[in-house]
Design a protein around this ligand. Structure first.
Ligand code: IMP
Length: 178
């Protein structure tokens, strides 16, 4: 077991790279089985999903396209507080099969907002692929089509996920100790 320190927190190895890649490969097989022939557009949500997106797409054996988007927070008017706006999607997605690629679904609020935004652009269908899901934290009803791994509520870093901007570069996933 390897321990790493990021700022004030210590983390230990939780999911080694080999286990991650095995589950990513399984999801890639499921997606190929379901969507081959539909030329799906993968919409990868930056920053966290960059490693997952790369490994997933390398394992897909079919025609597909990929686009990278960001959810930018800005202060909304009046009492609405923080609003997240989708930036970077230039493709016309009407009539297309879209697969959202996320690093982690925690409360699900980010995903719900993203779904609403994409649905307004009238795709034929939207599927969701997430590397990680914290089932016990989910606050909204979501149909998640592809989940590589379910994890407990603890905070994790690595394989694209960060703590305060750091830790995205690690190949394994680490969980917080203290
Ligand atoms: P949600 O809206 O609560 O589902 O949050 C989703 C976002 O929170 C993810 O895209 C991550 O950026 C971030 N997040 C949630 N849990 C973790 C974690 O354990 N480590 C790092 N980032 C996390």
């Amino acid at each position: 077991m390897q321990t790493i320190q990021i700022k004030d927190k210590r983390f230990r190895t939780f999911i080694p790279e080999a286990d991650i890649l095995r589950e990513v490969g399984r999801v890639a097989d499921e997606i190929t089985r379901d969507l081959d022939g539909k030329n799906p557009l993968f919409v990868s949500v930056l920053n966290g999903s960059f490693m997952f997106t790369a490994d997933l797409l390398k394992r897909l054996d079919m025609a597909c396209e990929v686009s990278f988007v960001k959810l930018a927070s800005y202060e909304g008017v009046a009492s609405t507080g923080k609003v997240k706006e989708l930036v970077g999607l230039n493709e016309d997605i009407s009539g297309r099969t879209v697969v959202i690629v996320e690093d982690i679904v925690d409360t699900g609020l980010t995903m719900q907002r993203l779904l609403e935004t994409l649905e307004a652009r009238q795709p034929a269908e939207i599927r969701i692929a997430t590397l990680l899901l914290k089932p016990d934290k989910l606050q909204v009803k979501l149909d998640i089509d592809y989940v590589a791994m379910k994890i407990p509520n603890d905070f994790i870093v690595g394989y694209g996920l960060d703590y305060d901007g750091l830790g995205r570069n690690y190949r394994d996933i680490y969980t917080v100790i203290d």
